[in-house]
Design a protein around this ligand. Structure first.
Ligand SMILES: Cc1cc2nc3c(=O)[nH]c(=O)nc-3n(C[C@H](O)[C@H](O)[C@H](O)COP(=O)(O)O)c2cc1C
Ligand SMILES: CCCCCCC(=O)C(=O)O
Length: 387
């Protein structure tokens, strides 16, 4: 087993453990991958102010996200098809998250169903809703999330149409799939994945299958899902959702202060500043760049979460300093899952928690509440405001 010291090590291990089509589905972005690159580059451009001789003995990472006590300001982002990265992927991720004292967000397009994840952990988890054309599906899935005790509903609004990811087409990860001698051979060289995922029992779109009343035909469910995203989604639909969802309601996929203000006035409890991990509109700024303006625009009218490019505790600290209450992580946990299953997700979380603890110590903050723009170089915020 290689020595793993950071998320990039898990990424390299994941590359060796799962077929190329699956790895690139996780790793890549849409079109020219400019938004994907901007997420990382913009985080890298931020500079910390180091402070010294400030008793670094203890650091408290605990905080609240959406009113819930969590061990650190990180949550697992919703990711579709996660059960294709590792058998029972969503259930394993939920277990690792629960053990680390943080929340996991289950995607509508998960392989394990809401009920599967409910059976895997005792505590709360969050659910992400893709709004489909069929109100019957939306109604049922919201009800099931409520019955499973999900405490927050994340409505993803940045995917009324799918941005094209060239790699998925080239790799045959399409509906129906395109099996070539090359990708068949590639799968043969990943025997653990083959036995666990492809020959294992659970390979359906859990939530869609449940609705369609079928079991095990992932491609039929995938086609249904792909064809049924509601392209007409608009703010009025939020009223319909709000009526059916008594818990915390979060809008995921906000990049503009004006949209953030509308979300607040429409009664959302939170937003996720997100460009879908650079998988949708290509050519947006990195999310950390738009974060300060959005946080300023909404003030404390709602809770601002952020995702996109977060690969370390240092990244989390930068996002918090610029106005996020917490960060969602997508690829960082998926690399861990694809590389080592539940232990890999646990590794991602422990690495990032420890990195956050060290970065807090070296910037002189003792707890999450003390994090502010003061820990960054002054010109950062001003420069970014002109983007
Ligand atoms: C493989 C993959 C699948 C995703 N599926 C979903 C999804 O089903 N629903 C959703 O709202 N966002 C989805 N996302 C976006 C993530 O929730 C999140 O916004 C993004 O991954 C954050 O960027 P990061 O991967 O750089 O951390 C997905 C992202 C990835 C990488
Ligand atoms: C037809 C399957 C669609 C899954 C979408 C998952 C997703 O949001 C992603 O970024 O990938």
């Amino acid at each position: 087993m290689p020595v793993i010291t950071n998320v990039e090590d898990l990424r390299q291990l994941a590359r060796r453990k799962v077929p190329k089509a699956i790895f690139e589905y996780i790793d890549h972005g849409s079109y020219d991958q400019l938004s994907l690159a901007n997420n990382r580059n913009d985080l890298n451009a931020i500079r910390f102010r180091q402070r010294v001789m400030i008793d670094a003995e203890t650091r408290d990472l605990t905080t609240k996200m959406l009113g819930e006590d969590v061990a650190m300001p990180i949550a697992i982002a919703p990711t579709g098809l996660t059960g294709l990265m590792h058998r029972d992927g969503e259930m394993l991720a939920a277990r690792a998250a629960e053990a680390a004292g943080i929340r996991m967000t289950l995607s509508t397009m998960s392989i394990c169903s809401i009920e599967d994840v409910r059976s895997a952990i005792k505590g709360p988890f969050w659910f992400q809703l893709y709004v489909f054309k069929d109100p019957g599906f939306n109604e049922q899935v919201i009800e099931r999330a409520r019955d499973a005790g999900c405490t927050a509903l994340f409505v993803t609004v940045d995917l009324p149409m799918r941005g094209q990811r060239h790699c998925d087409i080239k790799n045959g990860l399409t509906v129906p799939p395109r099996l070539t001698p090359r990708n068949a051979f590639d799968m043969m060289t990943k025997p653990a994945w083959l036995a666990g995922v492809l020959l294992g029992k659970r390979k359906s779109f859990g939530n869609v299958d449940y609705y369609l009343g079928q079991k095990g035909n992932i491609w039929a469910a995938g086609r249904w899902g792909g064809d049924n995203f509601d392209r007409s989604l608009s703010w009025k639909d939020l009223v319909w959702i709000r009526k059916r969802w008594p818990g915390k309601l979060v809008i995921k996929g906000i990049l503009d202060p004006e949209d953030a203000k509308i979300a607040a006035s429409e009664g959302a409890d939170g937003i996720v500043v997100s460009n879908h991990g650079g998988r949708q509109l290509d050519g947006t700024p990195g999310t950390v760049t738009v974060l300060p303006r959005i946080a300023e625009a909404v003030g404390d009218r709602l809770e601002v979460l952020m995702d996109g490019g977060i690969r370390s505790g240092q990244d989390v600290l930068k996002a918090l300093a610029l106005g996020a209450k917490g960060c969602l992580i997508g690829r960082a946990y998926l690399y861990g899952l694809a590389a080592m299953g539940e232990a890999g997700v646990a590794k991602t979380l422990s690495l990032m928690g420890e990195e956050l603890r060290v970065a807090m110590s070296l910037t002189g903050v003792k707890n999450i509440g003390e994090i502010s723009r003061d820990i960054l170089y002054d010109d950062y915020g001003d420069k970014r405001r002109n983007v």
